[in-house]
Design a protein around this ligand. Structure first.
Ligand code: SAH
Ligand code: DHB
Ligand code: MG
Length: 237
């Protein structure tokens, strides 16, 4: 299939292109994002602990922040914390008394994140729950938490369908679900992929399209995080 082969053609996504995406991200960052030592420190702590540098970019973090403010979100559920960079961006959008629950499976990542939250002065807004999300999500429900105004699904991609189902359980009409990494440099096109992450993303998108209780879309992005994208889903009933 022409589209599919083009998407995987390295000539289409050559290094020069990525250089430009990176440079534009840097330019946007300089123009639009005030210098912020707290976020710089959080990223430095992630790097010092050798965490994978797969957090959202600064402009993406600010998009999450602005969406939370636009919605007036008071309760947010994040699946996939890493070092807490995206969490801090969202925590800073919360009004007094607002809360984020963030779920992380890796104790080392959780440890870095907790220190970053304390350093950023947002630890009283954030509850980090350690464990595989499919094991900790039932407890979030059992604890009577929710409904959440906003969800950020950004953990392992193979379980995106389950994370979407749990989000729906914990949502109300008007909640917004954002899911990261739905393009993976075009690999999402490959329906025959043996990669469980790709299958998870594809199944998730199929569910969003078919689910009567939501209305969703997806956007491709190029950035310092390469060629990827996110889905934005509104819970309508
Ligand atoms: N949201 C973060 C990036 C998250 S990276 C940011 O933008 O700053 C994905 C994270 O999900 C990693 O820290 C990884 O350890 C975690 N993860 C992977 N599988 C998981 C699972 N089953 N349950 C919870 N977290 C998981
Ligand atoms: C990767 C990137 C992400 O943003 C993420 O949430 C998980 C993995 C990656 O590039 O491998
Ligand atoms: Mg991501």
């Amino acid at each position: 299939m022409a589209i599919l082969s083009a998407a995987f053609d390295s000539k289409v996504r050559g290094t020069m292109t990525k250089d430009v995406w990176e440079a534009v991200d840097k330019y946007f960052d300089e123009m639009l994002i005030p210098h912020d030592p707290t976020l710089d420190d959080a990223l430095a702590a992630c790097a010092a602990a050798n965490l994978p540098a797969i957090q959202v970019s600064s402009v993406q973090g600010k998009l999450l922040h602005l969406l939370a403010r636009i919605m007036g979100a008071r309760n947010i559920l994040e699946i996939g914390t890493l070092g807490g960079y995206s969490t801090i961006w969202m925590a800073r959008a919360l009004p007094e008394g607002g809360r984020i629950i963030t779920l992380e499976a890796d104790p080392k990542h959780a440890d870095v994140a907790r220190k970053n939250f304390a350093r950023a002065g947002v630890e009283n807004k954030i509850e980090l729950r350690l464990g595989k999300a499919l094991e900790t999500l039932p407890k979030v429900v059992a604890d009577g938490r929710g409904p959440f105004d906003m969800f950020f699904i950004d953990a392992n991609k193979s379980n995106m369908p389950e994370y979407f189902e749990w989000s729906l359980k914990l949502a109300r009409t008007g909640s917004v679900i954002i899911a990261d990494n739905v393009v993976r440099e075009g690999a999402v096109l490959d329906g025959k992929s043996n990669d469980a992450d790709i299958q998870g993303i594809r199944r998730f998108l199929e569910m969003v399209g078919k689910e009567k209780r939501v209305s969703g879309t997806a956007l491709q992005t190029v950035s310092s995080k390469n060629y990827d994208g996110f889905a934005l889903v509104l819970v309508t009933s």
